[in-house]
Design a protein around this ligand. Sequence first.
Ligand code: TEU
Length: 584
Amino acid sequence: TTERPWWKDAVCYQIYPASFKDSNGDGLGDIPGILSKIDYLKDLGIDVIWVSPMFDSPQVDMGYDISDYEKVYPPYGSVEDMEDLIDASRGMKLILDLVINHTSDQHAWFKESRSSKDNPKRDWYIWKPPRYAKDGTRLPPTNWRSYFSGPTWEYDEHTGEYYLHLFAKEQPDLNWENEETRKAIYDSAMRFWLDKGVDGFRVDTVNMYSKGVEFKDAPVVDPRFYEQPAWLYYANGPRMHEFLREMNEQVLNHYDAVTVGELPHTPDPEKVLQYVGASDKQLSMVFQFDIVDLGQGKEHKYHFEEWKLSQFKGIVAKWQQFIEGTDGWTTVFCENHDQGRSVSRYCSDAPDARAPSAKLLALMLCALTGTLFIYQGQEIGMINVPPDWPISSYRDIESVNFYRAMAAQSHDDPAELAYVMRSLQVLGRDNARLPMQWDGAAPHAGFTDPAGAAAAEPWMRVHDLYGEINVARQVAEGEGSVLGFWKRMIAFRKAHRDVLVHGAFEGFGMGEETTFVFGKRGEGGERAAVVLNFTGEEQEVELPPYEGLVFGVGSYEDAAEVEKGAAGRTRRLRPWEGRLYLAG
Ligand code: TEU
């Protein structure tokens, strides 16, 4: 049997500091704001808080561009506030974001690195001389395109070389080949915070540190397309596993710290297993991207393409089952700060469907094997931005740059731009970054304090529907609300952890396009059966063929009543309804 460290059973909650709670009325969330909501999280049943970057930063990419790992972005608070948060967590653990593929261009290391070719820190980043075309035109070292539009190389006039940036040009990539650089990262970004008592890290873009030895051009699929498999050369590079083993030996093992690595561009289960096998200590677990990549287009991730429920089910099954018979571990999630809201993306945010959809997803997620991560606002069923918001209401560098690039390329073609806006409305990162909706009766959804005229406008527009979807209303509604249901499901998951958190997954009727039926088998003979209706119409389902199933929990309040009259294995599920049964 595999080991059960504490973090396997944990329910983790991601906080995006800018948008969670503003305690001082400046329009931006902050650490005292997080502190004021500790009891709310504790009450929900949360075990681990993951705080997205709160380090000092020019905020080109919302703090994923760090200028000083050992300072806190002043509008968020101070290092002392973080110490208070560590102390105040009331038994909950705290993990931070570890963003060490790149720094901000305002980090002291990069300022030194760019100052001259013979600066001792020159080699801490990835500098390359230009290439020249036959006609003498200066070209970047490779043709790679960055995540945030434009090339991955920025020419620096001062020293006549290019530096690499996979993300924004203000986010230069660190050179992990240099041992001194790695040591500095371990000290500044990791030990500094582990010594203060944080319990681990969510590790940003963890598979991009080792870039490979050759810097080769990526195949150009079509010059009009943004998608280009340049990640073949910069992701999962040859020294990746060596670096992670070193990081464990030198740092993480000394603190028993937990890690959850972000693992884009890695569809192959064998490859993922190399990162999460427990005996070869690299990462505790990872976020594999298939579930959140669903619906992303081939030309560009922001060209939304329709998908089928069978694809969704196949992805869930794949990442449930890949650890079977291994000592690896998996995660359960479908939202974070880079993704559209799950209700809007995987179900329906139409007025009648919103709350049932949110509960359906809660029931599904709480029944799946792995460590569960939920994102702020998911527990109240927050939905995507309203479809009529213009690009000027968006803030994310990736979305805004993409819109601009598409406008330039299409010469402002209205049809193309409508398509882009529609895609951003489903997939854009800003969907997750709207201020948290605390109170429907307060200005700015109760996000800013002190409320009222004195408070500044929030840094990002508040959802038009905050009067309907908010914490205060759901607290008042109690058990029947989305929040009440999440609380109940988290407790249910913990009460039946052997089968729900640790059981083996088994899918039924996986080609079926309206419902999702799966079973879970615990090692001690426990069984769970889950039936989910992913449509707005009634659907008939067959329960999995397990002996002695009894009704456990349902996403409709009257499900227990309805089940009293049920016999046999056939059930009729109402729109977006889910039910869970137990045996053994
Ligand atoms: O994201 C890394 C990543 O791999 C991307 O897929 C990301 O989802 C983004 O949308 C690019 O298309 C991480 C962070 O989660 C993200 O917020 C940061 O912008 C990024 O790294 C750079 O640090």
